[in-house]
Write a protein that binds this ligand. Structure first.
Ligand code: G3P
Length: 215
């Protein structure tokens, strides 16, 4: 499973990239607003740190404006994937720009039906929001499983990008569900490294290592 970081914080992205396990980055207007930067400037910085798909979200709500915005954002850098929210206008725009070779990450996906339509429109990725589905009393990981099953059944090339990940268990379950990608907040990524038994084991080894001459 590919691991993306779900943040626009460049310091956290640099820290994650240093692990050698980060395959891409996803951003959205909320994450960028937190940083107080211009969207394009931050995306260009991220593209210098992570050599992989970098999602940048389009916000236009009318078809012509959305298509023009997607073309403009896609031109920022070859690694940029444009994020387009699921919807009727969104699908029309996904169909248009995907046919032009622009990679689209369809965001705010909450059902297998939405994911199927996005895949048929040509999206490169679909982003089902697991955490928000769970917050609303649904089974977010079941939606991931359904989408993976539908895509596998019909050999659809669109990749499932599990989003709205809230804890390390979500990562394990997304992997078990067959999600192609999971995009992780920095705190989730870094907490995956830790385990109390690892810490305890290191402590014991270091104490015992004092009993012999260092190698
Ligand atoms: O990539 C989408 C993600 O940032 C949404 O996460 O926690 O706001 O539902 P969350």
């Amino acid at each position: 499973m590919r691991i993306f970081m779900d943040t626009a914080n460049i310091d956290e992205i640099r820290r994650g990239a240093a692990l050698g396990v980060v395959d891409g980055v996803t951003t959205n207007p909320t994450l960028v607003a937190k940083e107080g930067v211009q969207y394009r400037d931050r995306i260009m910085e991220i593209c210098e740190v992570v050599d992989g798909p970098i999602s940048a979200e389009c916000i236009s709500t009318e078809y012509d404006a959305l298509v023009e915005e997607a073309r403009r954002v896609a031109a920022w850098h070859p690694n940029v994937v444009v994020k387009i929210p699921m919807g009727e206008v969104g699908l029309q725009a996904i169909k248009t720009v995907s046919a032009e070779g622009i990679r689209v990450n369809t965001t705010l996906v909450f059902s297998a039906n939405q994911a199927l339509l996005a895949a048929k429109a040509g999206a490169a990725f679909v982003s089902p929001f697991v955490g928000r589905l769970n917050d609303a009393g649904h089974d977010g990981m079941e939606v991931i499983r359904e989408i993976v099953a539908v895509f596998d059944t019909f050999n659809l090339p669109t990749q499932v990008l599990a989003a709205s990940i809230r804890n390390p268990r979500d990562v394990t379950e997304a992997a078990l569900a067959g999600s192609h990608v999971a995009t992780l907040p920095p705190a989730v990524l870094f907490s995956m490294i830790q385990h109390p038994l690892t810490d305890k084991g290191i402590e014991i080894f270091l104490n015992d290592a004092k009993k012999y001459t260092p190698v």
